[in-house]
Design a protein around this ligand. Structure first.
Ligand code: 4AZ
Length: 846
């Protein structure tokens, strides 16, 4: 809200007076006796009417201005400030936590009168002050901290002067404090040595909150804190909730979020954390909304913390779960470092550093050495987005200040000494930094390692290995390629099997050029082989990947084999992937039977490295919930009664009998966990059929079928995926999609919104080499070998979807296992559906 300055007010009232004069003069001129005797001409009449109209308009404008600047003065607005007052002549006692105790009420009375006296000394504050209420007390550094709320009522245009007056209250008289004299003496009996005040976040003052609640918690015992309904239902609309967390004296509050899903727009739903017991904006630690995938651990500077949650009237989500505890206050950081190398981090890294913290490290290395400081992580809170310079939270290396967020970078000093200072101010925190320092002799800045152009050092083994390890790629420039590597036009070397895989690995596209260009009269196979044109569509798989028989107009009957499609009549045809492609290739058209699958019928519009999918984009995706635990595994819809998932999802462990049908609830047509729509259907299970040969050691045959207790009616968000025939071919390099609500990074949080990511089918032999011989014929590998994209924990049992040339989506795999998630050269492993097609048919008839 903008309010006009007082200067503007004065200028407008002057103009209004002049305007009035002019209007009067005009009226009297037109009404002079001489002119009235003469019969007015038509022109004069119009002129007169015009003048009259003009005068009326001017009078109206004048009236409006008067109303605007005088009557609006009477229209008062309410403004709330939250504050904290450090009182040094009072000792904290337990009774100060109980608002009904005599002690609390006595001190609250004193604080209120103190505030009243303080406000009375300022002309603006005294004029508009209404009342103060004490909200809480806590133990302060010396004495007590009182938290209060003060209400003011004033004309809107005066808001900015009120802000200024309140701001000046919070600034202690530095000289008085330095001299040990008390602030605001001798107004009352309380010794106030510190005050912080700030206007309440306007999003917390809405009058229409339906649910409003404040909870006080002691954190000396570890505990759990959840948004209402988490994880089984959504949080409620229009709520304002507060959790006041108190640790014992000389301790910090530690609050760790394990799961977090709120609306994306922070103007609507958000949480806000404060280093205080009331929401004072100067003491805000962080504001969060949307989906947060990294763990978040917050620490207070003292023994209190406030968590607030605000929700708007629509679009509610699952919310969050956090655990609270306390840790001793004495944080030792900084110090003297004399080794040849070492690691320094911001306090509690990678937890968010606490506010009001200073650490200084003095590094000294032997004569003849210089020092390099290499940051591996660097995230300091910078609410002004770099505009304020590095004045809030920063790292200072000798005289150079760093702030905000940075990729890996290095600073070198040509000296034997380096001073590193970390400073956080009283508000806004982040995960901080981690850095390694290293002494080096000037002639050899990276002893035993490769020296990147940006002064980073990386292991020699990483030089020219195809992966970018220096942040500036300099480890991959000007390389001599080794065996099994391909030389890119830009001089980089990449693994040969990345050539022609549809991904620009070189960065200049040269690995994707000249892919399988065959000479005239030759056919280019999918695997880049060249065969004579006349060998295509002859019923023989000359390419060895079936691509020469795939798009044949004429269907050739062939000897039945693993590569041929068997029609219901028993006749085999050579066409690759003929099922559900829109053409009746079998004489009995059985290749086009049961094709109500793999389309997105009425589409209106933990996957690592993925993105949120659209509603209805993956209507075959199922979320399998364990009752009371929420989402555990994925599955796919085969028809209205049958789901396909992974056998390892339904294996009993020491604590849970996952093989029991009554443990599970299948959620079909779900998009956001905990956010059912009109299309979402929940079903209990009738039967679970794990593959009888599932091997929990090797994960061979990792499939299970689930029959629903009651069939579902298919709808726009629930639709089956097509099952490929045993002969269906999925080629290496082919694009595939993984979907799920699994963790969005190894060891991270599960996603709330269904995630999707594109991967590529990986050649079976390459995969078996990369995964040390663990890949059987019943498995299929898919991933991005550079790393960064993969299925992960919680995606298990979900489908690997591949769109055929016909546009229909087939299930190529079931998410099964992997060596971690999204690691380079470690593709995800899927149960190969074609391999188990007969078993699926045997049990489901599909
Ligand atoms: C799992 O734990 C899991 N990167 C699933 C898939 C992968 C890894 C782990 C593949 O359910």
């Amino acid at each position: 809200m903008s309010s006009p300055s007082s200067g503007t007010e004065i200028r407008f009232s002057k103009e209004q007076g002049e305007g009035g004069d002019v209007a009067v003069r005009m009226l009297s001129a037109s009404g002079s006796g001489k002119k009235r005797r003469r019969r007015p001409s038509k022109k004069t009449l119009w002129k007169g009417l015009g003048l009259l109209g003009g005068a009326a308009a001017l009078a109206l404008l004048t009236g409006l201005l008067v109303w605007h600047f005088h009557l609006r003065e009477d229209q008062k607005v309410q403004k709330t400030y939250m504050g904290a007052m450090g009182i040094s002549d009072q000792q904290f006692a337990e009774a100060y936590e109980d608002p009904s105790s005599e002690e609390y009420q006595r001190l609250a009375g004193l604080v209120n009168s103190q505030l009243k006296v303080m406000y009375s000394k300022n002309s603006v504050l005294s004029k508009y002050f209404q009342e103060s209420t004490v909200q809480a007390f806590s133990e302060g550094e010396d004495g007590i901290v009182a938290y209060y709320q003060s209400e003011f009522s004033l004309p809107e245009p005066r808001l900015s002067s009120l802000d200024q007056a309140m701001e000046s209250l919070g600034e202690p008289d530095k000289q008085q404090v330095r001299q040990g004299r008390l602030l605001l003496r001798p107004t009352n009996t309380l010794n106030v040595h510190r005050m912080v005040t700030g206007a309440l976040d306007p999003r917390m003052t809405k009058p229409k909150f339906i649910n409003q609640r404040s909870t006080s918690l002691h954190v000396q015992k570890k505990g759990d804190l959840r948004s209402p309904g988490f994880p089984d239902s959504l949080y409620k609309p229009s709520t304002f909730l507060q959790w006041k967390l108190r640790a014992q004296p000389h301790h910090r509050v530690l609050l760790e979020f394990h799961s977090f899903a709120m609306e994306e727009d922070c103007q609507k739903d958000f949480i806000k954390l404060y280093d205080s017991l009331v929401p004072i904006e100067h003491l805000v630690l962080a504001e969060k909304c949307g989906n947060v995938h990294q763990p978040m651990v917050f620490l207070s500077s003292g023994n209190v913390m406030l968590l607030t949650m605000v929700t708007s009237k629509e679009n509610n989500f699952r919310g969050f779960r956090a655990t609270y505890s306390q840790i001793p206050l004495n944080t030792t950081c900084g110090g003297q470092l004399t080794g040849l190398s070492g690691v320094i981090t911001s306090p509690f890294f990678p937890a968010f550093y606490p506010p009001k913290t200073t650490c200084v490290w003095n590094i000294q290395v032997p004569e003849g050495h210089f020092i390099k400081l290499q940051f591996t992580d660097f995230s300091l809170a910078d609410p002004a987005g770099g505009k304020a310079g590095c004045t809030k939270d920063y790292v200072e290396v000798n005289d150079q200040r760093l702030c905000g967020k940075k990729g890996s970078s290095a600073i070198t000093v040509e000296s034997t000494k380096m001073a590193v200072r970390f400073q956080s101010d009283s508000s806004n925190v982040d995960s901080g930094f981690s850095a390694q320092y290293e002494a080096f002799v000037p002639a050899n800045p990276c002893p035993g390692r490769f020296h990147c152009d940006n002064h980073q050092c990386v292991n020699h083994t990483l030089h020219c290995d195809g992966w970018e390890d220096c942040a500036d790629h300099s480890d991959e420039n000007n390389c001599t390629c080794q065996e099994g590597q391909f030389l890119c036009a830009n001089g980089r070397c990449k693994p040969s099997f990345w050539r022609c895989d549809g991904v620009d690995d070189c960065g200049d596209g040269s690995d994707e050029e000249h892919c399988g260009q065959c000479s005239a009269g030759q056919f280019r196979c999918h695997n880049d082989r060249c065969i004579p044109d006349n060998q295509t569509c002859d019923g023989i798989d000359d390419c060895s990947d079936g691509s020469d028989e795939a798009q044949c107009k004429k269907v050739v009957e062939a000897k039945c084999s693993a590569q041929t499609f068997r029609c219901s009549s028993g006749v085999c045809i050579s066409k690759v992937n003929p099922e559900c492609d829109g053409e009746a290739d079998c004489q009995d058209a059985s290749d086009e039977a049961n094709c109500e699958c793999g389309t997105r019928p009425f589409k209106s519009s933990a996957v690592v490295g993925g993105e949120s999918s659209q509603v209805g984009e993956w209507p075959w995706q199922v979320s399998l919930h364990v009752r009371g635990k929420g989402h555990v595994c994925g599955a796919s819809v085969l028809n209205g009664s049958w789901l396909l998932t992974a056998a390892h999802c339904v294996q009993d462990d020491d604590t849970t009998r996952f093989s029991r049908v009554d443990l599970w609830e299948a959620m079909l047509g779900l998009h956001i966990q905990g956010h059912d729509s009109e299309w979402t259907v929940r079903r209990y299970l009738q039967r679970i059929i794990p593959h009888p040969s599932f091997n929990p050691k090797t994960y061979a045959n990792d499939l299970a079928l689930m029959e629903l207790q009651e069939p579902v009616t298919l709808n726009q968000n629930i639709w089956p995926i097509c099952l490929p025939s045993p002969a269906h071919q999925f080629h290496a390099g082919e694009s595939a999609w993984i979907t799920g609500w699994g963790t969005t990074r190894e060891g991270g949080f599960k996603a709330a919104i269904l995630q999707k990511a594109e991967v590529r089918v990986v050649n079976q032999t390459v995969c078996n080499t990369l995964l040390q011989g663990q890949i059987t014929d019943g498995m299929l590998c898919a991933g991005i070998l550079k790393g960064g994209v993969d299925a992960c924990q919680g995606d298990s049992g979900g489908p690997l979807s591949i769109t055929a040339a016909s546009g229909r989506v087939f299930q190529a795999g079931v998410v099964s296992w992997g060596d971690g998630c999204a690691r380079k050269n470690r593709p995800g492993v899927y149960s190969r559906v074609t391999h188990h097609r007969a078993w699926i048919k045997e049990h489901t008839g599909l």
